[in-house]
Design a protein around this ligand. Structure first.
Ligand code: FUB
Ligand code: ZN
Length: 675
C-alpha cells in the first residue's frame, strides 16, 4: 500500500472569459422505446424496489422526507435561482448576449441534482407549484442546449472552442446529473422534455467519444451510473456500452488536460490502474463512490464479474482500513478523499456528506449484486450517521464536512460555494424508500427497518406488505403480509451487523470486550415462534402466506461501547457509543458546555432517556461518568461524577456552536484538553 494514496487537489479559479452566442434551443422529441426495465443478466441477485413503490409512514423518516419536500427543497430553490447565479447562467446562454458566467464551472450540476430531488419529492408529495418550478427550470435548461446537443453554461459563456479540452472540467459530470434528473422527472411526471435534452446530450457525447473516437477519462465520475439509468429508461444499449467504455478508459494513461486537478496523480481520480484491476481505494472520495456505483450498475447489466471482484477488493480496503465509525469516508480536506490506511483523525475528519451519500449508493448496488447483507450494514451506518449528519433537523442547514470531534468551531450553513452536498442529501432522503426492500428470486427481502407500505407481485399474485416499527429507537418490527391469494415464498429479514457485533469480519470497529452480541431474534408468525434459516446475513422464513399474516420480531438494542483496531491511533484508549444503527456523540450543550472533559470507563452503566432537539424527539444515552474540572485559576484539577448525556451523532450542531466528541476516553489520562 502506497504511503500517500493521492496528492492534493489543486483548485484552479475559473477565469475563462470569452462570451459566446447561444444557439437556438431545439426540443424535438426522439422516437425511442421507453419504459420497461431491461431483463437482468443474472449477476444481480436482488432486484431493487423503487421508492415510488414504497410509502414511508414511520415517525423517523416520514417527517424527514416531508421536511425535504418543503424546507430543504425550498432552500435549494432559493439558492439555485435567487441567491446564486446557477439558473441565471442558463438564461444568459439562451439570451446569447455575451453575459458573464457566474459561479463555478460545475454549478450546472447543482441545478440538475436539485431537479432530481424535486422529481423524487413530486412522486411522494405531489405539488403543482413544485412541478411548475421544475418545468420552468427545464424550459431554461432546454433553451441553453446547443444545436449539436452540447450543454454546459460555463463553456458556452466563456468559450465554446475550449469545450472538451480538459477532462477535469466536469462537462460530463454535470450532464450525468442532467441524465439522472431527466430520468427522475420522466418517471415522476411522464413528461419527457428534459429526457429529450438528456438524450440529445448523451448522443452528442457518444458521437465524439468511444471506441475508435476520442478518449475520455473523466476527472469526476458520475456519467457512468447515469448512462446505465438512461439505458434502463430507453432500452438503448448504446448508453450501456458507453458507460462500460468510460470505465474501461481508466488506468491506461489516456487522461488529458486536467488543469483543475493534478492529472499526474492518477490515483486522485482512480485512474492509476484499470478499474477491473483495482485493489485500493484512492483519491477523491465522491468520485470513487460514483465510479464504483457505476461499475456495479454496468456489471449488473452486462454480467461482467470482473468488476464485482475488483469492487469487493476495493470495498474491503474502504471498510477495513479507511472508514469512520459513522460510515463517513475521505478523511482529508486536501484532496477531499483518502490518504493512507488507518489515517482517520477525528477532529480533522473531512467526511464529505456527498461521500457518505455515495457509500449508500455503492453499497446498495453491491447488496443487489451479491445478495449479501453486510453491504446493507455499511449502507445503514453511512445513512443514519455520516450522511444524515449533513442535514440539519430544521431541514434548511447543511454540513459539507462531518467531523467526529469539535472544539465548538463548527456550525451548519445555509449553503456553500461548492454546493454539491445539500441537493445530494435532499435526493437521498427524498428517495429513501429505495433502500427498504428488495425482491429475491424466492420472495422479498427487508433491508432497512422503516415503517412503510409496499407491494410486490409473485407468480401473478399481488402481495401487500406493511412494516411497523419504532426503529431506530426501538428494535421491534411487525410485518403484515397481504397476498391477494395464498402464496408460498421466503421472507428474508436482514439481521443487522450492529446486533451480531460483527457487521463484517475485518471491520474496523467491534464491541469492547465484555459485551456480547445481541441474541438472534425470535420470529413469530401470528404470535407463534417460527423457525428460520440463515443465509448471507438474512433470516429466511419460508411459509405459505395468507392475508393478514403478521410476522413480528425484536432486535435488542443495548447501548454498546465500540473500540477500534489498534492501528487507529487517535481512538486508542477510547470508545464510541452505539445503540442500534446510531452512533452517539457527546455535545457540550447537554454536558455543562463541555464534551472533551469526560470519561467513559469500562464499567459504565448506561441508560436511555428522551430529549427534544428542535422538533425531533431523540433517544439519548445517559450515564454517570467521571468528569475532569479545572479550577478557574488553572492550578488544580478535580474529578467528579456527573450525568453524561450523549445524543445521536446526526443530531449534533443543531443548537448552536458547542464542543462535540464521538470517541470518548476511557480514563482521565486520555483526556486531550484542558479547561
Ligand atoms: O467537484 C464537484 C464536487 O465538488 C464534488 O463532488 C465534491 O466532492 C466537491 O469536490
Ligand atoms: Zn458534497
Amino acid at each position: 500500500m502506497a504511503f500517500h494514496k493521492t496528492v492534493q487537489k489543486r483548485r484552479q479559479s475559473c477565469l475563462l472569459h470569452m462570451a459566446f452566442r447561444a444557439a437556438l434551443a431545439i426540443s424535438t422529441t426522439l422516437a425511442i422505446p421507453l419504459g420497461q426495465t431491461i431483463a437482468q443478466t443474472g449477476l444481480r441477485k436482488l432486484q431493487p424496489v423503487s421508492f415510488s413503490q414504497v410509502e414511508v409512514t414511520d415517525a423517523f423518516w416520514k417527517p424527514k422526507i416531508d421536511k425535504v419536500a418543503t424546507k430543504t427543497l425550498e432552500a435549494c430553490i432559493q439558492q439555485t435561482e435567487l441567491k446564486t447565479g446557477r439558473i441565471r447562467n442558463f438564461e444568459k446562454v439562451a439570451r446569447g448576449k455575451g453575459e458573464k458566467h457566474e459561479g463555478i464551472f460545475y454549478d450546472d450540476s447543482d441545478v440538475f441534482k436539485a431537479l432530481e430531488a424535486m422529481a423524487y419529492s413530486l412522486k411522494t408529495h405531489p405539488s403543482s407549484d413544485m412541478e411548475r418550478k421544475c418545468d420552468e427550470w427545464i424550459d431554461k435548461i432546454a433553451a441553453a442546449q446547443q444545436p449539436d446537443g452540447y450543454l454546459n453554461t460555463f463553456y458556452t459563456l466563456t468559450g465554446l472552442e475550449k469545450r472538451y479540452s480538459d477532462m477535469s472540467m466536469h462537462e460530463d459530470y454535470n450532464n450525468g446529473h442532467l441524465i439522472e434528473a431527466a430520468v427522475a422527472y420522466f418517471n415522476a411526471t411522464g413528461k419527457r422534455k428534459l429526457l429529450d435534452v438528456a438524450i440529445r446530450w448523451a448522443d452528442h457525447f457518444d458521437s465524439i467519444f468511444g471506441p475508435g473516437k476520442r478518449h475520455w477519462v473523466t476527472g469526476h465520475q458520475e456519467l457512468e451510473l447515469a448512462l446505465v439509468k438512461l439505458f434502463r429508461t430507453t432500452s438503448d444499449r448504446r448508453y450501456l456500452k458507453l458507460a462500460d467504455w468510460l470505465l474501461s478508459e481508466r488506468g491506461h494513461g489516456h487522461a488529458k488536460g486536467y488543469t483543475w486537478t493534478d492529472w499526474k496523480d492518477t490515483a486522485y481520480a482512480q485512474d492509476a490502474v484499470p478499474v477491473k484491476d483495482q485493489r485500493e481505494i484512492t483519491g477523491h472520495a465522491v468520485r470513487a463512490m460514483y465510479l464504483y456505483t457505476g461499475a456495479a450498475d454496468v456489471a449488473a447489466e452486462t454480467g461482467d464479474a470482473d468488476y464485482l471482484t475488483a469492487m469487493r477488493r476495493v470495498w474491503e480496503d474502504v471498510v477495513f482500513r479507511n472508514m469512520y465509525v459513522t460510515g463517513g469516508i475521505g478523511s482529508a480536506g486536501s484532496n477531499e478523499g483518502f490518504t493512507r490506511d488507518y489515517d482517520l483523525p477525528n477532529e480533522q475528519a473531512y467526511c464529505e456528506t456527498c461521500a457518505s451519500v455515495g457509500m449508500v449508493f455503492w453499497n446498495h448496488r453491491m447488496n443487489g449484486l451479491t445478495g449479501r447483507s453486510e453491504y446493507i450494514d455499511i449502507l445503514e451506518r453511512s445513512l443514519y450517521n455520516g450522511a444524515l449528519d449533513g442535514l440539519s433537523l430544521s431541514g434548511d442547514r447543511f454540513f459539507y464536512g462531518n467531523p467526529l470531534a469539535s472544539r465548538g468551531q463548527h456550525q451548519r450553513r445555509e449553503w456553500f460555494g461548492t454546493a454539491c452536498c445539500p441537493s445530494n442529501i435532499a435526493r437521498l432522503v427524498a428517495s429513501l424508500g429505495d433502500y427498504v426492500y428488495a425482491t429475491t428470486p424466492e420472495g422479498i427481502a427487508v433491508n432497512l427497518f422503516v415503517g412503510s407500505r409496499t407491494a410486490f407481485t409473485r407468480g401473478g399474485v399481488r402481495i401487500g406488505v406493511q412494516m411497523e416499527t419504532g426503529y431506530p429507537w426501538d428494535g421491534r418490527v411487525a410485518l403484515t403480509l397481504d397476498p391477494a391469494e395464498k402464496s408460498r415464498f421466503k421472507l428474508a429479514v436482514r439481521i443487522p451487523g450492529w446486533l451480531t457485533g460483527k457487521p463484517v469480519p475485518g471491520d474496523l470497529y467491534t464491541p469492547a470486550s465484555g459485551q456480547s452480541a445481541g441474541p438472534a431474534p425470535v420470529f413469530r408468525v401470528n404470535g407463534k415462534p417460527v423457525a428460520h434459516t440463515l443465509q448471507d446475513g438474512y433470516a429466511l422464513i419460508e411459509n405459505t402466506w395468507k392475508k393478514g399474516d403478521r410476522v413480528e420480531w425484536a432486535f435488542e438494542m443495548p447501548v454498546t461501547r465500540l473500540v477500534s483496531r489498534d492501528e487507529l491511533k487517535p481512538n486508542q484508549g477510547r470508545v464510541a457509543i452505539q445503540r442500534g444503527p446510531l452512533v452517539y456523540c457527546v455535545e457540550g450543550t447537554d454536558n455543562e458546555g463541555h464534551a472533551w472533559n469526560l470519561v467513559v470507563p469500562e464499567n459504565t452503566a448506561f441508560d436511555t432517556a428522551s430529549l427534544h432537539i428542535a422538533d425531533e424527539r431523540v433517544t439519548t444515552v445517559t450515564a454517570n461518568v467521571p468528569v475532569l474540572t479545572i479550577a478557574p485559576d488553572g492550578q488544580s484539577a478535580q474529578t467528579e461524577i456527573r450525568r453524561m448525556t450523549a445524543i445521536p451523532y446526526y443530531a449534533w450542531a443543531n443548537r448552536g456552536k458547542t464542543e462535540m466528541q464521538v470517541w470518548l476516553p476511557t480514563a482521565i489520562r486520555e483526556i486531550k484538553i484542558n479547561y
